[in-house]
Write a protein that binds this ligand. Structure first.
Ligand SMILES: Nc1ncnc2c1ncn2[C@@H]1O[C@H](COP(=O)(O)OP(=O)(O)O)[C@@H](O)[C@H]1O
Ligand SMILES: [Mg+2]
Length: 267
């Protein structure tokens, strides 16, 4: 099982869209995918037409257990999505209370990591959607992931937001035992505008190593897909948005294989 977290402290940069689209692509390849919604606003939960205000069993349950998490605890909260191979651990509004209630409690940063270890053999990929702020929820995602995707909108203000995310990241990786890969994904690239081109150039020169080499273009069809509660992969597999995410996925799978080979060589 591979765990990918999708995070950025800025909202509206394409995090949820990235999670949903990548899930659609992985499912199409026959992979078993689990989605985790760690955003108290529950955008991804709403995307799949569940109401985060009314949900009884959600990721929140896992944080409220007064004992070690069991496999059944995780299975109990999962719901179906429009994709046969994709299950969702939804968010509920109560998740918003986690930040305060878990302060000063030991082990709260590993709730998700422990929960996922219970269902390790049941999924090929776990994708974690994150809230746009640093807190115990995002810390949980970073502690659990093998790879972090940071979507960044190609515009000036988003680049400022990225600087914050990078500081957070270096803080978190310092305290983590094993490091993880991360990759910056430029999103909503509008090739007709100068602003997009300039931002992309700035990103590439500031983060030459960490940037994905290509971009996710603006594609209005993403909105249509979200209104229907399906990923764009199902609605319009040949749209340029999907094609771009396909090439991102190919890249990530190549990196995974490379890592696997390297660790095999080291044994
Ligand atoms: N590549 C894209 N082209 C056009 N619209 C997009 C694209 N990616 C995301 N969107 C739209 O932008 C809005 C914010 O995206 P979302 O994925 O919800 O961001 P976040 O999760 O970071 O807040 C949504 O309405 C979504 O449909
Ligand atoms: Mg979101």
């Amino acid at each position: 099982m591979k765990v990918w977290a999708i995070a950025n402290q800025k909202g509206g940069v394409g995090k949820t869209t990235t999670v949903v689209t990548m899930a659609g692509l992985l499912a199409k390849m026959g992979k078993r995918v689990l989605l985790l919604d760690l955003d108290p606003q529950g955008s991804m939960t709403s995307y799949f037409q569940y109401n985060p205000d009314e949900i009884n069993n959600s990721v929140y349950n896992l944080f409220r257990l007064q004992r070690p998490v069991k496999k059944e605890d995780v299975k109990k909260i999962l719901v179906n999505t429009s994709h046969e191979n994709v299950r969702l651990a939804p968010a509920s509004l109560l998740l918003a209370t986690i930040e305060r209630s878990t302060q000063n409690k030991d082990g709260m940063g590993l709730v998700i990591s422990n929960a996922l270890s219970m269902i390790d053999d049941e999924y090929d990929y776990v994708l974690i959607d994150n809230p746009p702020m640093l807190g115990v929820l995002m810390i949980n995602a970073l502690a659990a992931c093998d790879c972090l995707l940071i979507p960044v909108q190609t515009e000036y203000l988003a680049i400022k937001g990225l600087e914050r995310m990078m500081r957070t990241l270096s803080m978190v990786t310092k305290s983590r035992e094993h490091s993880f890969n991360y990759i910056i994904v430029p999103t909503m690239y509008d090739r007709r505008t100068q602003a997009s081109a300039v931002s992309l150039k700035t990103l590439r020169s500031t983060y030459p190593e960490q940037m994905w080499k290509s971009v996710i273009p603006i594609d209005t069809k993403f909105r249509n897909a979200s209104e229907l509660g399906v990923s764009l992969v199902e609605l319009n597999p040949n749209s340029r948005g999907v094609v771009a995410y396909e090439s991102l996925l190919t890249h990530l799978l190549e990196v995974d294989n490379l890592m696997k080979r390297r660790s095999a060589e080291h044994v």
